[in-house]
Design a protein around this ligand. Structure first.
Ligand SMILES: OC[C@@H]1[C@@H](O)[C@H](O)[C@@H](O)c2[nH]c(CCc3ccccc3)c[n+]21
Length: 442
């Protein structure tokens, strides 16, 4: 196993931890917060494996100071968090709720007081329900509402926030949510899904315009979940299937954002389901960004018959995802080869394992190995010339894992949901040794 140390990374490299609003905050009715599509989705029987919701989660809305102390104790330089649109603008348009903005102002000021750089995500899936009532992201108006929400946040928080990401994983907010149906709003309609994907990208572009105007000194970008995609065999059928999957999963978002075009081969295959694109849309979408966030967890092994392959000589996380660290460097080198890129942040990387509390310890050796091996691949990609500026471990602490509820634990910190105690796992101790290490004199 490649043991990595702080000197394997450039002096400027930022280590952080990441969370999102609906997964940790709880307090879903406090101080004027309106309902989100996830509040609705969790109440639909069968949607969440353990029947839970984000109503309490990690109670971060009330425990935010303790949690900032916890983050600071990990020796990281940055904290990636998201703002809940329904706290700031309860109906998704019109009136702003000052109490909602007050919470995020307290949080950002608390980060700055502790020397933590705030990395803010404007949208990590908690769409105000009233917008979904009129079509959600499948309705083009939502793109414009999103830009006005971005304006309200940026006007309040300003350049205290070092980095603004518009979206977290538009593939999840569209394809996983409107076509596959696993996430809120739980629809199964490819035409609506592709319309949602287009309007998410358009919303990104409209928000970038607003952010350039309101916080010109901040770094502005967006975050994509990307996979390394491998054909199951060397057959032409599997190679073609892998190319198509790469087009539908990775390039459907990378190409509009970085090239101002949709992948033609996939567009053709979608036939009448393709979205309605207005003449200036792709110019808006492709506006220059200061960084691209990449969320990487595993690779996809694709075969023509559509069967998900599970290479027998690999290990798998509690999510059933293959542990494939090389896929991260493969992905980064591919991005460098195929695109003109801004600097990259690994905005999420981590693993769920069945953690057991032993007294006040959690010996999560598998998670330590996962983080070590993936960070070694980041260091390798940097050595090969890929401009990666930082890495955020997913996640700071165990939290609401969407359709899996609280049954999957991704945290470096264990959460006892009975009494909301936070307990550092071995992976937190290991990460502190890396992230908190003094940068060696060059
Ligand atoms: O599933 C772990 C994390 C989530 O907790 C984050 O909120 C989300 O940003 C995130 N994205 C991915 C990869 C894409 C994906 C998400 C959910 C289900 C399947 C794939 C993994 N994760």
């Amino acid at each position: 196993m490649t043991i990595i140390t702080r000197k394997d990374f450039p002096e400027y490299f930022t280590f952080g931890v990441a969370t999102s609003s609906y997964q940790i905050e709880g307090a879903t009715s406090a101080d004027g917060r309106g309902p989100s599509i996830w509040d609705t989705f969790c109440r639909e029987p069968g949607r969440i494996s353990d029947g839970s919701s984000g109503d309490v989660a990690c109670d971060h809305y009330h425990r935010w100071e303790e949690d900032l102390e916890l983050i600071s104790s990990l020796g990281v330089q940055a904290y990636r968090f998201s703002v809940a649109w329904p706290r700031v603008q309860p109906t998704g348009s019109g009136d702003i709720n000052p109490l909602g903005l007050d919470f995020y102002e307290r949080l950002v000021d608390g980060m700055l007081e502790r020397g933590l750089d705030p990395y803010l995500t404007l949208y990590h899936w908690d769409l105000p329900q009233p917008l979904q009532d009129v079509g959600g992201w499948a309705n083009r108006d939502t793109a414009y509402h999103f830009a006005e929400y971005a304006r309200a946040v940026a006007e309040r928080l300003g350049e205290r926030v070092k980095s603004y990401a518009t979206l977290n994983e538009p593939w999840c907010s569209s394809i996983l949510s409107y076509q596959i149906g696993e996430h809120a709003p739980g629809l199964r309609n490819r035409k609506l899904a592709l319309a949602a994907a287009h309007h998410l990208l358009l919303g990104h572009g409209e928000a970038v315009k607003v952010l350039r105007e309101v916080v010109p000194g901040a770094a502005i970008g967006t975050v994509l979940n990307l996979n390394a995609i491998t054909p199951a065999t060397s057959s032409e059928q599997d190679a073609a299937a892998a190319r198509f999957e790469d087009g539908a999963f990775n390039r459907w978002f990378l190409d509009p954002l970085l090239r101002g075009e949709y992948p033609a081969d996939v567009w053709e295959a979608y036939g009448d389901d393709v979205p309605q694109v207005q003449p200036d849309d792709l110019e808006t979408i492709r506006q220059p960004i200061d960084f691209l966030g990449v969320n990487y967890y595993s690779r996809s092994v694709v075969s023509a018959d559509g069967q998900q392959q599970r290479p027998s000589d690999s290990s798998y996380t509690d999510m059933g995802w293959e542990v494939y660290p090389q896929g991260l460097s493969d992905l980064l080198l591919r991005l460098k080869a195929d695109y003109t890129l801004p600097p990259i942040y690994i905005t999420e990387n981590g693993a769920a394992y069945k953690d057991t509390l032993e007294g006040s310890a959690v010996h999560d050796a598998e998670r330590v190995a996962y983080l070590q091996t993936h960070l070694a691949e980041v260091a390798s990609a940097v050595r090969q010339g890929v401009k990666v500026n930082g890495y955020f471990a997913w996640s700071l602490m165990d939290n609401f894992e969407w359709a899996h509820g609280y049954s999957k634990r991704f945290g470096l910190v264990y959460v006892d949901y009975g009494d909301q105690q936070r307990i550092l796992k071995d992976s937190a101790l290991w990460y502190r040794g890396l992230a908190g290490a003094k940068v060696p004199e060059l």
